[in-house]
Structure formats: structure tokens, C-alpha cells
Design a protein around this ligand. Structure first.
Ligand code: HEC
Length: 116
């Protein structure tokens, strides 16, 4: 009985320990799509209204282009927004990590719905 109890406690302690190590802060960010919409309107819509791209037409935010250009995951979009690319400036200093995740999730969701 006693041994069983100790094993249970040890297992529980190990579980808690592993959980706290294996989840870095970044992975804990839950995107807020509603806030992402506001971030998009304020920072992105100037060039990407309705998922388009007024600077480089084929680099738009529609599902097909995101797949073609391999920016079709939240991680890839967040990375591009953070660092910028060619004529698109970086937002790493302008937006928080949370805001970037929010806007990336928003872009993906709108792309899935064909920006309708
Ligand atoms: C000044 C205009 C401009 C603004 C503002 C802008 N972008 Fe861009 N964006 C571009 C250009 C130009 C590219 C193409 C970059 C390249 O690959 O050469 C691009 C590419 C992208 C791509 C990749 C699209 C693809 O099909 O390859 C994503 C995703 C993206 N932008 C998201 C955003 C988000 C989110 C914001 C706001 C935080 C934003 N952009 C703000 C101009 C802009």
C-alpha cells in the first residue's frame, strides 16, 4: 500500500515537472482571432485588404498563394510578419509576440474562408 502511494506521488511529481519543462512560453500563447482582426485592420489592410497584395500581387493571403509560397501555417506567417520580407517591413519591434500570433491566426482563418 505504502509503496503504491509513493509511486503515485512520484509519478505525479514527474508529470508536473515534465509538463513545466516541455512547454516553452511561446507555445503557451493562445491566439485571439478577434484581436487579430483589429491588428490586421491597423497594420496590414493597407497592402493586404481582402487578402490581396497591392505591392506583389501573387504574394497575397489567399489559401492558394499561402500554400504555393509555403506560408500556410501560423508559425510560418508569424515568422514572416516578425522578420519581414523584401518590400514588406518587419513587425517584430512594432507588434508584441501575442499580437503577431493573433494576426497570423486571423490570416489563416480568413484564408480558409476565402476572405469572404
Ligand atoms: C507596405 C505593404 C505591406 C504591409 C503593410 C504588410 N505587408 Fe505583408 N506583404 C507585403 C509584400 C510586398 C509581400 C511579399 C513579400 C515577398 O515575398 O517578396 C507580403 C507578404 C506577406 C505574406 C506572405 C504571402 C505569400 O503568399 O507569400 C503574409 C502572410 C503577409 N504579407 C502578412 C502580412 C501581415 C499579417 C501584415 C500586417 C501585420 C502585413 N503583411 C503587412 C506587403 C505588405
Amino acid at each position: 500500500m505504502m509503496v503504491q502511494k509513493i509511486i503515485t506521488i512520484l509519478a505525479l511529481a514527474l508529470f508536473i515537472l515534465l509538463n513545466s519543462i516541455s512547454s516553452p512560453a511561446v507555445a503557451d500563447i493562445m491566439p485571439n482571432i478577434d484581436h487579430g482582426a483589429a491588428v490586421f485592420k491597423a497594420n496590414c489592410a493597407g497592402c493586404h485588404a481582402k487578402g490581396g497584395n497591392i505591392v506583389r500581387r501573387r504574394r497575397n493571403l489567399k489559401s492558394k498563394a499561402l500554400h504555393r509560397n509555403k506560408v500556410d501555417t501560423q508559425k510560418a506567417i508569424a515568422l514572416l510578419v516578425t522578420n519581414g520580407k523584401n518590400n514588406m517591413s518587419a513587425y517584430g519591434d512594432k507588434l508584441s509576440t501575442q499580437e503577431i500570433e493573433d494576426v497570423a491566426a486571423y490570416v489563416l482563418q480568413r484564408a480558409e474562408n476565402n476572405w469572404k
